[in-house]
Design a protein around this ligand. Structure first.
Ligand code: ZN
Length: 147
């Protein structure tokens, strides 16, 4: 890969920001993942607009997000019903979420929310429909400096 291409990639999706895992009972899963990583969640947050309760763990430089549904209409409740517990989404860090949404739409991806919304962990987020990404729900996330 040449340098020019690397620079282009860094301006777009720069790295995996976190991996989201859907769980039935976040209290039990917090205990489990605390044992797994040898340290507790560094943050817990409810995002009522999304119907989720989240917790975040660090494993070295990597971040894992656990998601529990707060009501039966939550997308997490629907996911758990259909697929059971497991990896729910992969989130990529982007520098400019607005231009990434435009670029990805232009490439033919289905963007679920074309206007970025406030997600957990002080991020602006947008999702790509799994039907357009080989069955994987992709989250774009940008550090929200306005909060
Ligand atoms: Zn996420």
């Amino acid at each position: 890969m040449n340098d020019y291409f690397c620079i282009l990639i860094r301006k777009q999706m720069r790295k995996i920001e976190h991996i989201g895992i859907a769980v039935h009972d976040i209290e039990n899963s917090n205990e489990l993942f605390s044992k797994l990583f040898g340290q507790p969640a560094y943050k817990m947050e409810v995002v009522e607009s999304e119907g989720v309760k989240t917790s975040f763990f660090m494993c070295g430089p990597n971040k894992i997000e656990l998601l529990e549904a707060t009501n039966e209409n939550s997308p997490i409740a629907k996911f758990l019903e259909k697929k059971g517990e497991g990896i729910h989404h992969i989130a990529f860090d982007v520098e400019d979420i607005y231009s990434e949404i435009e670029r990805l739409k232009g490439e033919g991806f289905t963007v679920l929310n074309e206007t970025p919304k406030k997600g957990a962990d002080n991020k602006l987020v947008a999702f790509l429909h799994p039907k357009s990404t080989n069955g994987v729900l992709i989250e774009l996330c940008q550090e929200n400096t306005d909060l």
